[in-house]
Design a protein around this ligand. Structure first.
Ligand code: GLA
Length: 513
């Protein structure tokens, strides 16, 4: 029997040679070229990062593209089909080397990335050859002429609620949000004033529908139904997007779809939008921010639905000077908070200067709360809550409301402290004194009493002194209440000296009789 009877011998020989040459080429194929490393997020999205490799023998050099940064890679090798290189994703203050390792097979590299310092979980994915266009941001769209967006009249005192990011990050889903809404009611948070249940990044589907409408991913099967549920609890619901093509976590942003997305959010019943700069930095400059944010401010207003507008661009371009003009109800004044004393200390004590920019309905936002997330002690969390309240900051809890200790509840739900945050006069906090690590901050409240924080930023207990004169109260009879001890304070003489624990605070409300 002749197996290859139908195939002429010449063609067979040609094919064998062709395949052999092809396999040979593959075996020798290097890794030079542009690659995209795609890490599945588990909800249908991929986190894409681009890198360009130049191979010479067994050594590999190249560039790693991280947002707008181009980072040279080091220690690159390619040997026996195995690729390895290191990228420092940190900055000049802190190195964060990440080791990329992979195996080349069939033109793809099965890869993993590992931070040896262990501060980030490893990722695994596949690197594929990429076209340069895929890496380039879309063309720049024109910006509107600057104007004053009319005030939406919302949140005359700082917004209060919860946000998913600090604790849940990309693990947030429909079920969690429903349970958080339930817990907001059952824990007493709603009664204490916390009403916004805000979904942060990673709710977005990888693609828009055929009409260009933004859609939610598998973690949020029905956003409208979720909004209805949250509303049924007497609460409000918030969502997140970016003026860039991608959000900070690499999900679909609102670039070029601002009006359409505002309408979608309104149709779902959304009451609050956090709008996060992220990849807009690939298209626009800092001086364009006002126009970019105005675009969405206008779009939200046009929906006719009351939607709180929260700007998030990390306090760049003096946002406090124009945040209200673009229709913003609050604007982030800093980079991201983390659940560490250093972070709260750094952020919280650097806000006093810009405090006068806050007015009723338009607030500085030093980022969400970390209270109850476990990285700080009771004194530090009390300082966090006291500072944010003195600053008239949005109070967006960032912890798991389903599992709060009595201590966490006592901090988040201290009504007398919340009353400072929510004071309708929105007077700016001022620094009364500073003596080394002892800082006294005070804010005049609507009823002419003063909220005063005696802070100890130091690592050891210390005495912090307040002179009544500094509040214009010299010689007057006073009523003083300690808001964390929840009791009156006996005073005599020209001031008050408190022993304050390390990183702690004594928070007083002082009223002239
Ligand atoms: C930025 C913001 C954070 C959070 C993440 C989500 O880092 O500042 O508050 O929204 O993006 O990706």
């Amino acid at each position: 029997m002749r197996i290859f009877s139908s195939r002429p011998l010449g063609t067979l020989r040609f094919s064998v040679i062709f395949v052999a040459v092809g396999l040979g080429l593959l075996a020798q194929a290097g890794v030079s070229g542009l690659w995209v490393y795609r890490v599945p997020t588990g909800d249908g999205n991929f986190r894409d990062t681009f890198f360009e490799l130049t191979q010479s023998g067994e050594s590999v050099g190249g560039t790693f593209y991280s947002g707008t940064r181009q980072i040279p890679l080091t220690e690159g090798t390619f040997k026996d089909g195995k690729l390895r290189f290191v990228v420092n994703l940190g900055n000049e203050n802190m190195a964060r080397p990440v080791v990329y390792e992979g195996t080349l097979a069939n033109g793809r590299i099965e890869m993993s990335a590992l931070s040896p310092s262990g501060n980030r979980p490893p990722t695994t994915g596949v690197a594929e050859h990429a076209r340069r266009e895929a890496m380039l941001p879309p063309a720049r769209l024109p910006l509107p002429e600057l104007r004053q967006v009319p005030d939406n009249g919302l949140v005359r005192t700082p917004p209060m609620g919860w946000n998913s990011w600090n604790l849940f990050a990309d693990k947030v889903d429909d079920r969690t949000v429903r349970e958080i809404a339930d817990a907001m009611v059952s824990s007493g948070m709603r009664e204490a004033g916390y009403v916004y249940v805000n979904i942060d990044d990673t709710w977005e589907a990888p693609h828009r529908d055929d009409r260009g409408n933004i859609a939610s991913n598998v973690k949020f099967p029905n956003m409208k139904a979720l909004a209805d549920y949250v509303h049924s609890k007497g609460l409000k619901i918030g969502i997140y997007s970016s003026p860039g093509p991608k959000t900070c976590a690499g999900y679909e942003g609102s670039y070029g779809h601002e009006t359409q997305d505002a309408q979608t959010f309104a149709a779902w019943g959304i009451d609050y939008l956090k709008y996060d700069w992220c990849s807009a930095s690939q298209i626009y400059k800092d001086e364009d921010m006002q126009g970019v944010y105005q675009k969405m401010g206008d779009a939200l207003l046009k929906t006719g639905r009351p939607i709180v507008y929260s700007l998030c661009q990390y306090g760049r371009a003096d946002v406090w000077e124009w945040g209200a003009k673009v229709g913003g109800n609050c604007w982030r004044t800093t980079g991201d908070i983390s659940d560490h004393w250093q972070s709260v200390d750094n952020i919280g004590f650097h806000q006093v200067e810009i405090a006068p920019y806050a007015t009723s309905g338009h607030f500085n936002d030093p980022d969400m709360l970390e209270i109850g997330n476990g990285g700080m002690n009771r004194e530090e969390y009390r300082t966090h809550m006291s500072l944010w309240s003195l600053l008239a900051a949005p109070l967006l809890a960032g912890n798991d409301l389903r599992k709060m200790t009595p201590e966490t509840k006592s901090i988040l739900m201290n009504r007398e402290v919340i009353a400072i945050d929510q004071d309708p006069a929105v007077n700016p906090v001022k620094q009364v004194s500073q003596d080394g690590k002892a800082v006294v901050l005070a804010r005049l409240l609507k009823d002419n009493s003063w909220a005063v924080g005696l802070f100890n930023r130091g690592d050891r207990p210390a005495s912090v002194v307040l002179k009544w004169e500094a509040l214009g109260f010299g010689g007057k009879p006073l009523q003083v209440r300690d808001l964390w001890r929840r009791q009156p304070v006996e005073t005599s003489g020209s001031g008050y000296s408190a022993k304050v624990p390390a990183h702690g605070v004594v928070l007083l409300r002082v009223t002239a009789l």
